[in-house]
Design a protein around this ligand. Sequence first.
Ligand SMILES: C[S@@+](CC[C@H](N)C(=O)[O-])C[C@H]1O[C@@H](n2cnc3c(N)ncnc32)[C@H](O)[C@@H]1O
Length: 387
Amino acid sequence: MRRQAFLNYGKALSAYVGGKSPTYSEMLKAVLHSVEIGAPWFDRMARAWGGRTFTTDYEAPSLLLHQLHFAALAGEAPQLRAIFPMCSGKWTDGSDRSVIDFLEAAPASFWDELKHRRLQTNDSGRAAGWLLAACAAFLPRNLPFHLADMGTSAGLTLIGDYLPRTFTLTTSNAEPADEPPHWRDVPYPVLTRVGLDRSPVDLFDDRQRAWLRACLGPDNEDGAQRFDAAAELFLRLRRDPKFLQLIACPFQDMPQSIAAAIAPHAQEGLLIYNSQATDFLDAAGHAALAAGVAKALAPWGDRGIWVEFEMPRDKSSRQHQLRVSRLIEGRFETRTLAQATGKPMELAVLTGWDFLRPLGTSAPPRNTREEPLKTLEPGTYRFPPGG
Ligand SMILES: C[S@@+](CC[C@H](N)C(=O)[O-])C[C@H]1O[C@@H](n2cnc3c(N)ncnc32)[C@H](O)[C@@H]1O
């Protein structure tokens, strides 16, 4: 990595963190200034990353900021704890010097760890995308369905139906929108839950969990609380080994892994999901993934959908869009059905949801396979025995 490339990435990131994280904004300024004036620590970072390429403009500087945050959270950088609100600290005059001093003297282990780091922020709130789509496509038909989450990190979005609904819904005119029927059901009729990731995060491992917490950023108290609550519930639910499956594989192999893990059934649906994940694919990689997903959905007829909660691929905005794709008369068609508004945890529901209506005659609902029908009242959780 060259200094100029990192400075360009840093500029892109500063536009993003500016409104979101005052602490990272200040840190980024300090780091970029230090790189500009030729600070020697940059060479250690560049050596650690070697020939690694970054497909998104915000990844490299984000990883450095998160690794600093991680070092403080993990108790490995007492001098940085004073800076981070998550460690009860606060950015003050002179904090920039603490950051640069730390980088100048950082132990080899800091750079070794940074070398392999990936952005793996896992926000259970982003489950809103698959919940909304399921409410339109499956729940009105009483159709139980399988859920596969691509780029799942630790898998927290897979349990979104067990967690409070954090997104508020508006119309495209910013008026409050009606919630769809079943929106607050707990749980949804999910038959299997499968998360796929190049490196799935194990929440039972404290160090891996701390990395996810670091990735939330230092000024995100709400996000941290949401993460802790979701992680606790996730660990309890996972005591049932059949509750959820995590599979390690790269994006290009995911559609095939999903097809191998979940056999089509005439009275079940399949929802393939990804949120804030395919940003790490270039255009060709995303097109190949779409082709693979279309192939995996084909045997499911009008009961298979692909739901993406991602930023627009043309980078015209940093707000997530809800894009849904399905096969219609042999063509894979896509609609944008909702849009994050820029206000935290707010989603504008657009028109066109008719796109998810059944295309053929619906089979009568039935209780599929050996799984008992889930009829838990909203607000109750199904814990494994002894949980
Ligand atoms: C920012 S996290 C998002 C996690 C989760 N979907 C959410 O919304 O909270 C992106 C995830 O995509 C995974 N990922 C990135 N590139 C990948 C690739 N080429 N193959 C498989 N997984 C990848 C990362 O490991 C990471 O866990």
